[in-house]
Ligand binder design. Structure first.
Ligand code: ATP
Ligand code: SF4
Ligand code: MG
Length: 398
C-alpha cells in the first residue's frame, strides 16, 4: 500500500490529510420547555451545548452516548433540519447557518439523512419508484422519464433490491429491505454527507450486518462521508474511522476509533465500553459500571456534568469547573474533557464485535484493504490537504 502510493504514510495518516467536508464550531441548541404564563423564567433543554467537530470527505465518524444526550439533535442541526441556538456549521468551506432556504436548497441535495425507523420514514402510499424518484425530480437530476427510470433501477441494484421492487409499496418489504429503500432514496441525489441516525437499531440482528456492510461498500464506491449515530458500540467500532463520545450535549472524548476503544481516557467512555458484553471470560474487562440515569439536560450538574456518577471525581474541581475538550498528548488528536482522565496505564477495552453477524470479509473501517484506493480517490478529487472549513474549525486538531 505504501509502495503503491510512493510514501510510507499509513492509511490513517493519509485519511487525516483529507479535506474537511463538514465542521461545526461551538454549535448549540437549547430547546425551550415548560413555558407557562406564570413561569418566572423559561426553562431550556441544553440538547447540544457547544460542539466542535469535523467530518472529512469519505470518512465515517461515529457518535455514541446514552439516550437523550443530544446525538439526533446534533445530526439534525448539522443538516439544518433544526435551527441552532448558537455556533457555526461550515459545509465545504462555507458557513451555512446564515443561508436562506433558497440558498440552502442546492446544499440539501448534498446532505442527507437515514432514519432509525425505515417504515415510518417512508410514505406508505407511495411506490418505491415514487419514493426514490421524488428527490430526483425535485433536484431535476434526470433529463427524461427514461433516464429517471434507469437511475432508480440503478439505485435499487446498488442497495441490493430487484428492479420489480419499483412498483411495490413499503409495507410489502421486510425491515431490512425498507432500510435499503431509505438508503436508495438518500443516495438518489448523489450526496456527499449522510447522517445515519441509528440506521440499524430497528432491524433484526441478522439483518443489521447486511446494512452495515452495504453502507461500508457504498462509502468505498461513492466516497460519501457518514456521521454514524448509534447506541451499539460494537457496530460503531466496526464502521467508524473516528469516534465522538457525547454526554449531556457535549463531546467528552474524541479520537481515532483505535484510540477511543483501545485507550479510553474519559471515565464515561470507559463505563460505556465496560458495558459492552464480551464472549471471552478470560478477556480482561473494564469493571467500571455506569450507575444511575444521566442527569437532566434542563439543569445539568455544575462543573463536569458527569461528576455525580464518576468514581474519579475530584472534589472542589470536578464539581465546580467545567473541563474543556483538549488533546491529552499534543498532536495525538485524542481529546478528552476531564480533570482526571485515565492517562496512567492504558487498559485495553473489552469491546468486541459480538452478537452481530458481520461476515469476516468485512474488515473494520480502519483496516479495510481498499482504504488506499479511497485515499487516493479522495485526495485526487480534493486536490489539497486543508481548506477553509478546516481553518474555520480551528482548535479541532483531528
Ligand atoms: N423538539 C424538542 N423540544 C424539546 N426538547 C427536545 C426536542 N428534541 C429533543 N429534545 C430534548 O433534547 C435532548 C436530546 O435529545 P436527542 O433526541 O437529541 O437525544 P439522543 O441522544 O438522540 O437520544 P436517543 O439515543 O434516545 O435517540 C433530550 O433531553 C430531548 O428530550
Ligand atoms: S472531570 Fe472529574 S467528574 Fe468529570 S469525568 Fe473527569 S474525573 Fe470524572
Ligand atoms: Mg436519537
Amino acid at each position: 500500500m505504501a509502495e503503491q502510493s510512493g510514501t510510507n504514510e499509513s492509511a490513517g495518516q493519509a485519511r487525516a490529510k483529507r479535506r474537511t467536508l463538514v465542521a461545526t464550531e461551538q454549535l448549540g441548541k437549547y430547546f425551550p420547555v415548560g413555558s407557562s404564563f406564570f413561569a418566572r423564567s423559561q426553562k431550556l433543554v441544553r440538547a447540544v451545548d457547544g460542539v466542535s467537530l469535523r467530518v472529512r470527505r469519505g470518512e465515517t465518524v461515529g457518535l455514541v452516548g446514552e439516550s437523550g444526550c443530544g446525538k439526533s439533535t446534533l445530526g439534525r442541526l448539522i443538516l439544518r433540519l433544526v435551527e441552532p441556538t448558537f455556533g457555526r456549521i461550515v459545509y465545504d468551506g462555507r458557513d451555512i447557518v446564515p443561508l436562506r432556504p433558497s440558498e440552502m436548497r442546492p446544499l440539501r441535495r448534498k446532505m442527507q439523512i437515514i432514519f432509525q425507523d425505515p417504515y415510518s420514514s417512508l410514505n406508505p402510499r407511495m411506490t418505491v419508484r415514487e419514493i426514490v424518484g421524488e428527490a430526483i425530480q425535485i433536484h431535476k437530476l434526470a433529463p427524461t422519464k427514461k433516464d429517471e427510470e434507469e437511475m432508480i433501477a440503478g439505485l435499487l441494484a446498488k442497495v441490493g433490491l430487484r428492479p420489480d421492487a419499483m412498483s411495490r409499496y413499503p409495507h410489502e418489504f421486510s425491515g431490512g429491505q425498507r432500510q435499503r429503500i431509505g438508503i436508495a432514496r438518500a443516495l438518489a441525489v448523489q450526496p456527499e454527507f449522510i447522517v445515519c441516525d441509528e440506521p440499524i437499531s430497528a432491524l433484526d440482528v441478522s439483518i443489521q450486518a447486511q446494512i452495515v456492510n452495504l453502507l461500508m461498500d457504498l462509502q468505498d464506491e461513492l466516497g460519501v462521508a457518514f456521521l454514524f449515530i448509534s447506541h451499539d458500540l460494537r457496530v460503531v467500532r466496526h464502521i467508524s474511522h473516528r469516534v465522538l463520545v457525547m454526554y449531556l450535549g457535549k463531546i467528552v472524548e474524541q479520537g481515532s476509533t483505535e484510540q477511543v476503544y483501545e485507550n479510553p481516557l474519559h471515565p464515561y467512555t470507559r463505563a460505556l465500553l465496560g458495558a459492552v458484553p464480551t464472549p471471552d471470560p478470560e478477556k480482561k474487562r473494564l469493571r467500571i459500571v455506569l450507575e444511575g440515569d444521566a442527569p437532566s439536560a434542563i439543569d445539568p450538574p455544575a462543573g463536569c456534568a458527569f461528576h455525580p456518577r464518576c468514581s474519579r471525581m475530584v472534589k472542589g474541581t470536578c464539581d465546580r469547573e467545567t473541563p474543556t475538550l483538549a488533546e491529552h498528548q499534543l498532536g495525538s488528536g485524542h481529546k478528552v474533557a476531564c480533570w482526571n482522565p485515565h492517562v496512567d496505564a492504558p487498559e485495553r477495552s473489552s469491546a468486541q464485535l459480538v452478537g452481530l453477524d458481520i461476515p469476516p470479509s468485512v474488515q473494520p473501517a480502519a483496516d479495510r484493504e481498499n482504504d488506499e484506493k479511497r485515499e487516493s480517490t479522495a485526495q485526487a478529487a480534493d486536490g489539497e490537504e486543508a481548506d477553509g472549513a478546516a481553518q474555520a474549525a480551528e482548535g479541532e486538531s483531528e
